[in-house]
Structures are given as structure tokens and as C-alpha cells.
Design a protein around this ligand. Structure first.
Ligand SMILES: [Zn+2]
Length: 344
């Protein structure tokens, strides 16, 4: 067992959990968001219970990525101000720590948090400040930020954002910093190859490269993420399992797929009764991580996603899950010291 933390009421876990794919806006504890809305006299709905229904994906809303993305609507009302962003980031990291997460890469799109006048750098610093508050209390927690360029903002904004992100890179500061670069948002019509220059900038700046691909689009988008963007990890990648050659490539180059089971069933990336791709990836020798995507929208925790995997796997599931988290730890972007590669 890992050590417990009686002072924080932390639940001891049998295996160290490694979270590589969790979004800030979709992971704000509903109570925290509700209280912040009330602080600013914002009452979009009458009761907390109704607010919770708006923030957590309901069964009738399952099956569409766009319905899923609509859940990010209310958080953006309040995450436009430095202190609020700092507070929500802190609450997310504290919740993850209490839940047994030892390594945490949060991800966040700074540009959609600048409508109140923050600069992109301030928007990034606000999240990092919240993260650092928790790490000061729990120094063994490994934590960093993956910065997301939104596909719908286009390749030029992505390139500008990559430059700004480098200024907050972990290896340039004596505190938690930005460790990776990503693209997210509506996939179809916004192919990864358009973002090649932004990712080149990020790579030269020492950031790890991941990309949401193959969640709502075909395996050709995953190919592009690997070949054009140099992705070391893929977010979701569900459609890759239809392409045998791609699977071999992901296995050969040790490109890790960040699998988010609950989210994938909810967005329709994986059919309700289909076998989740995490199993096909493992069988093909592709490294995988188990991730939550959004703990609030998907109403889950990393411990729950891990338990789901153990149940679905059957005999030996717990050992397999522990091995997945170990693999995820090795593929984390945390701990890079300079452009050009990992420390070890
Ligand atoms: Zn995601």
C-alpha cells in the first residue's frame, strides 16, 4: 500500500495512480463552481441540484461529442479571472490527491480564459499558481500543465500560443510549469497536419507533444498527429484500432494512447456495447494510460476508471492496471530539464 495521509483524509491506494489526461474546465468540483457563481451573484439556475445536472453529462445526452463539449459552458463564466482560475485548479488537484493520484498532468486551453482581459501568460500562470499551492502542501505530488491549442482558433493562434507556453515551461522555473502541448476541440475539418508549425515550436521549446486525435475522426488524423506533429502521445485515438498498420506504428514508436473509457462511451467515440479500444491497444503492444478526461462532466475519478478496467479485464486485471499506471508514469512529460529529451 502507498502511504496514507491522515491529515488530508487521503484514501490510501494499492497502486500509485498516474493521470495524463484531465481537463481543468471539465473537472471543477460542482460545489466549488456553484459557490463561485453565487459569490459573483450569478444564478443561471435555481438550485445546486439543477446546476449539477448542467455540469455532469446526463444519460439522455450521451452519444455526441458536441453535447459533451457543451458542458464546459458554465465553468467559462467564472474562469476568466486570475483568482478564480487559481482556486478551481487548486480544488481539482486537491481532489485528485485525495483520490490517490501521485502524478497529474492537468490540461487547459489558456486562450478561452482571456475574455476578461488576462494575457495568455497570466492565464497559464493562474492555473500553475493553483497547482503550486497544493504541491507546496504535498511535495511528493508530481504535477504539471499541458497547454491546449483549440483547433477552431486555427494554426496561427496555435503557433503564437506555443511560443507563450514555452515561457512557462517547467524546465525554466523552480516550480511546477508547462510540460506539454496539445490540440483539442472539434476534430473533423481541422486536421492535425495544419498545426505542424505550432508543434515544431513546442517541441523545440522542450515541451512534450500530445494531440487529441481519432476521437471523432478517422485513423488518418491519428497518422497525421504522429507523422506531422511528432506526437509522443495521443489523446483517445479510438479510431486507430481500425488500422492495423497504424497500430504497428504506434507500438514500434512507443506512442502512448491516453484512454478515457467513461468519456469515450459518453461522447460516442466508442459504441455503448462495444469493447473499449484500450484492450485492442494492449494486445497490439501499444502503450496505454487510463485517464479521466473530465472528472465532473464524466462523473468519475481515476480510481473508478482503474476499477472499471480491472473488472472488464477479469483475472489478472489488478496487475495489468498497475502495469498501465507504471507505463503511464514513464511516458509522463514531467521532469524534462531542457529541450531535447527526458532526463532519464
Ligand atoms: Zn480530452
Amino acid at each position: 500500500m502507498t502511504r496514507g495521509d491522515a491529515a488530508t483524509g487521503r484514501t490510501p491506494r494499492a497502486m500509485p495512480l498516474v493521470e495524463l489526461h484531465q481537463h481543468v474546465d471539465g473537472s471543477i468540483p460542482p460545489r466549488v463552481l456553484w459557490e463561485l457563481l453565487r459569490t459573483f451573484s450569478l444564478h443561471p439556475v435555481e438550485t445546486y441540484e439543477e446546476m449539477e445536472r448542467r455540469l455532469v453529462l446526463q444519460e439522455v445526452e450521451e452519444g455526441s461529442l458536441l453535447a459533451y463539449l457543451d458542458k464546459f459552458h458554465y465553468p467559462l463564466w467564472i474562469t476568466q479571472f486570475y483568482e478564480n482560475i487559481q482556486d478551481v485548479a487548486e480544488s481539482i488537484v486537491r481532489a485528485a490527491w485525495a483520490n490517490g493520484v501521485e502524478t497529474l498532468e492537468l490540461r487547459y486551453s489558456p486562450v478561452i480564459h482571456t475574455y476578461g482581459g488576462l494575457t495568455v501568460r497570466q492565464s497559464i500562470r493562474a492555473v500553475l499558481s493553483g497547482i503550486n499551492r497544493v504541491v507546496r502542501d504535498h511535495p511528493t505530488l508530481r504535477c504539471g500543465l499541458v497547454v491546449i491549442a483549440m483547433r477552431q482558433h486555427g494554426p496561427h493562434i496555435a503557433k503564437i500560443l506555443a511560443r507563450q507556453t514555452i515561457g512557462e515551461a517547467e524546465h525554466l522555473h523552480d516550480r511546477c510549469g508547462a510540460v506539454g502541448f496539445d490540440i483539442a476541440g472539434p476534430e473533423r475539418g481541422n486536421p492535425p497536419k495544419l498545426f505542424r508549425e505550432a508543434f515544431e515550436v513546442a517541441r523545440l521549446g522542450g515541451l512534450g507533444i500530445t494531440a487529441h486525435a481519432g476521437e471523432d475522426a478517422g485513423s488518418d488524423y491519428v497518422w497525421q498527429a504522429v507523422e506531422d506533429l511528432g506526437a509522443q502521445r495521443i489523446g483517445h485515438g479510438c479510431s486507430a484500432i481500425t488500422d492495423r498498420e497504424l497500430m504497428a506504428r504506434l507500438a514500434r514508436d512507443r506512442v502512448l494512447v491516453e484512454c478515457c473509457p467513461t468519456s469515450n462511451f459518453q461522447t460516442g467515440a466508442v459504441g455503448k456495447d462495444a469493447r473499449h479500444p484500450v484492450f485492442a491497444f494492449r494486445e497490439a503492444g501499444v502503450p496505454v494510460a487510463l485517464c479521466t478526461d473530465n472528472t465532473t462532466v464524466s462523473n468519475t475519478t481515476l480510481a473508478q476508471e482503474t476499477e472499471w478496467f480491472v473488472r472488464e479485464y477479469g483475472a489478472g486485471g489488478r496487475d495489468a492496471a498497475a502495469a498501465i499506471h507504471e507505463t503511464a508514469s514513464r511516458h509522463s512529460f514531467l521532469g524534462r530539464t531542457a529541450p531535447g529529451g527526458l532526463v532519464s
